[in-house]
Design a protein around this ligand. Structure first.
Ligand SMILES: Cc1cc2nc3c(=O)[nH]c(=O)nc-3n(C[C@H](O)[C@H](O)[C@H](O)COP(=O)(O)OP(=O)(O)OC[C@H]3O[C@@H](n4cnc5c(N)ncnc54)[C@H](O)[C@@H]3O)c2cc1C
Length: 373
């Protein structure tokens, strides 16, 4: 039963995650007259994840309050190769999502309300119900996560933050992908971020269509730690996540979607943070001028290239580690960061495509072209 006393809003932001809170923070900074409310059922403490990105020193300075670690060297490793990249322009940052969200909530300073409740019933373009209360908003921005297709391609992972018994041998390098793990169930790698001498984040990540039991990822982490000679003193926390790697925008025609639900996730890598920051800053700027249209985050070209890349990974999972290593080897650290951020130019794309095994790519590119016809 809903309450028929309708509450009217100018702007309703549904979901106070990365996109929702970044938009709210930007709108609050404008000190505009729009009556705005964020609807988010969970506290920042209930959403404690590692959010990572490549950032320039200027961007890094703006994120200092939530930084867990920062590296200017990163590494991709397979049984055959070990590629180390160093960047002058970018650092690889890991942020605490809890700290980012808490800081964003604090910055609203009474300008924008947060309701700790979910929106479960969105009817039409303006009306919805939350906790039995009817609302009408002139503009709705909906960041509720996209539903992942049961058998769709996804990146799924389980990570541990641990305290180690012995000091870590090297805390200056972020391991983005270590493929020296079980590859029998799909493309699988370990991601490891040393926060300090005794503090490590380590994650087992799969790119496949099917989720695994939690114990499967835990086993992979334990084996990898054992192979590295790292002993666990304490398991501080565990995080799990699933990121769809297929175009989520086709599943819903709702034009009010922002963030990951609007397709802001890079399909070939799962990275979304930076694209969402740009999307929300641009949207807020537009709103200040009376333009409420949500900007696109990825170009058709980028999505097509990522789809080709993903279909090669799926069809040729045997050579998938080599494809990632070749991409890393073809580029220097700065170019690699641009590539991962989705801002690579023609020259970088040319270098990547040129370094790839040609036959699988041509085959999949051909399929993509015909699929879209
Ligand atoms: C565990 C995890 C780790 C990730 N790590 C990275 C990373 O390292 N780098 C990167 O770039 N990307 C990462 N991603 C991708 C990630 O999707 C984005 O970075 C980012 O969080 C997406 O922002 P968003 O606002 O679109 O979604 P979210 O941040 O997921 O926000 C959606 C919000 O909607 C709320 N919500 C859900 N249902 C309702 C409802 N019915 N009513 C109201 N609110 C609702 C949720 O509680 C949530 O807070 C990660 C994703 C996950 C799940």
């Amino acid at each position: 039963m809903s309450n028929k006393n309708v509450i009217n809003l100018d702007v309703a932001i549904i979901g106070g995650g990365n996109a929702g809170m970044t938009l709210a923070k930007n709108l609050a900074a404008q000190r505009n007259n729009l009556v705005t409310t964020v609807f988010e059922p969970k506290t920042p403490q209930q959403r404690n994840y590692c959010w990572s990105l490549w950032a320039t020193p200027e961007q890094q300075a703006g994120l200092k309050h939530c930084e867990r670690g920062s590296w200017h060297k990163w590494r991709l490793v397979s049984d055959e190769e070990d590629v180390l990249l160093t960047s002058k322009k970018f650092n690889y940052l890991c942020l605490s999502s809890t700290d980012y969200l808490q800081h964003s909530e604090d910055s609203l300073e009474g300008c924008i309300d947060i309701k700790r409740s979910s929106v479960d019933n969105l009817t039409g373009q303006h009306n919805f119900i939350s906790q039995g209360q009817d609302y009408r908003a002139e503009h709705i921005f909906d960041s509720r996560p996209p539903l992942e297709a049961a058998y769709g391609l996804k990146q799924h992972f389980l990570g541990w933050e641990i305290r180690t018994k012995q000091p870590l041998p090297d805390t200056t390098v972020a391991t983005l992908m270590d493929f020296r793990v079980d590859q029998s169930r799909g493309l699988h790698f370990i991601y490891a971020l040393p926060f300090s001498n005794h503090n490590l984040f380590v994650e087992s990540t799969m790119i496949s269509r099917q989720l695994e039991d939690k114990d499967w990822y835990r086993q992979a982490i334990s084996e990898w730690l054992c192979n590295q000679g790292i002993e666990v003193e304490e398991l501080i926390r565990e995080e799990i996540g699933v990121i769809p790697m297929e175009d989520v925008t086709k599943a819903s025609s709702n034009e009010s979607k922002i963030g990951a639900a609007s397709g802001a996730v890079r399909l070939s890598s799962g990275y979304a943070f930076s694209a969402i920051q740009i999307q929300m800053a641009t949207l807020a700027k537009g709103i200040s001028k009376g333009n409420f249209v949500i900007p696109q985050t990825t170009s058709g070209f980028l999505n097509t290239m990522d789809n080709i890349f993903n279909s090669v990974l799926l069809s040729e999972s045997r050579i998938a580690p080599r494809i990632f290593l070749h991409t890393a080897k073809a580029l220097n650290g700065d170019q690699f960061a641009h590539f991962m951020l989705g801002s690579a130019g023609f020259f970088e794309w040319f270098k990547v495509v040129f370094s790839m095994p040609k036959v699988p790519f041509i085959k999949q590119a051909w399929r993509q072209v015909f699929k879209h016809d």
